[in-house]
Design a protein around this ligand. Structure first.
Ligand SMILES: Nc1ncnc2c1ncn2[C@@H]1O[C@H](COP(=O)(O)OP(=O)(O)OP(=O)(O)O)[C@@H](O)[C@H]1O
Length: 244
């Protein structure tokens, strides 16, 4: 489903060139849930953003469902429709309703008729437990509810893969669970997911595989039951000691 090979990413900064991703390779199978953890600045977000071309990898190859997304001929809209992304900040449009936030891309990008887009969107709102909020505006919702709408909006494009970049980091603690529950339901339904998170409970319970990044590299990866109980790499051990 996702085959990322030998990815390098450089950023030009005032203090020189920063080598943010150093030869990162990762394969994600269909319906697999991969959780990426690691210290701040280790390259987790940059890697995730390369997977839907929010960042363009400087070297390497990324093939998603048979499509080489680094091919300049590969249309960016096609990539974004295949690979959905949920961000830390929910990024809903404040001036339109919850329902319109979800129908918007279906109507403008997919050219779905409004009645059909409304129907699909109501089903998705039902799925995330928010059908009663269809006519509300984003600022009338809690953070957890807004993030669930953002997930419904991503699902509206029927993505093959969903990327999550710290989806609960901006939430008050009491709202984290409701978003993780929706993500867990998606995992059970067979959605292919790559999740950057600090929620180790989610990593333990939902991930098929945990990937540890540090210093722009994947240092270690494994099934959660092995990864958390028997880490091999010294950096992983130190990181887990600090956070657990
Ligand atoms: N657009 C950019 N320009 C310059 N440097 C960048 C840019 N984006 C990221 N970086 C740098 O690349 C490195 C990796 O950043 P990245 O955000 O991927 O790390 P991260 O592991 O996701 O961190 P966090 O957990 O704090 O979000 C950091 O040193 C960061 O400062």
């Amino acid at each position: 489903m996702i085959t990322a090979k030998n990815i390098h990413k450089y950023f030009e900064t005032p203090s020189g060139t920063l080598h943010a991703l150093k030869d990162v390779s990762l394969t994600v199978k269909p319906a697999e849930v991969v959780v990426v953890i690691g210290p701040s600045g280790s390259g987790k977000s940059t890697f995730l953003r390369c997977l839907n071309r929010l960042e363009y990898a400087d070297a390497g190859s990324i093939v998603i469902d048979g499509v080489n997304i680094l091919d300049p001929k590969c249309a960016i809209n096609a990539v974004r429709a295949e690979v959905g992304m949920v961000f830390q900040s929910f990024n809903l449009f404040p001036h339109i309703t919850v329902l319109e936030n979800i129908t918007m891309a279906q109507i403008s990008v997919r050219k779905t008729r409004k009645a059909e887009a409304d129907k699909i969107s109501m089903e998705l709102l039902e799925k995330v437990g928010l059908s009663q909020k269809a006519a509300a505006y984003p600022d009338q919702l809690s953070g957890g509810q807004q993030q669930r709408v953002a997930i419904a909006r991503s699902l509206a494009m029927s993505p093959k893969v969903l990327l999550f970049d710290e989806p609960t980091s901006a939430l008050d603690p009491e709202m984290v669970g409701e978003v993780l529950d929706v993500m867990q339901d998606l995992a059970k339904e067979g959605m292919t997911m790559v999740v950057v998170t600090h929620e180790m409970g989610f990593a333990r319970e939902v991930a098929d595989r945990v990937v540890f990044m540090d210093d722009g590299q994947i240092q270690e990866e494994g099934k959660p039951e092995h990864f958390f109980t028997n880490p091999q790499n010294e950096r992983t051990k130190l990181f887990l000691k600090q956070i657990l």
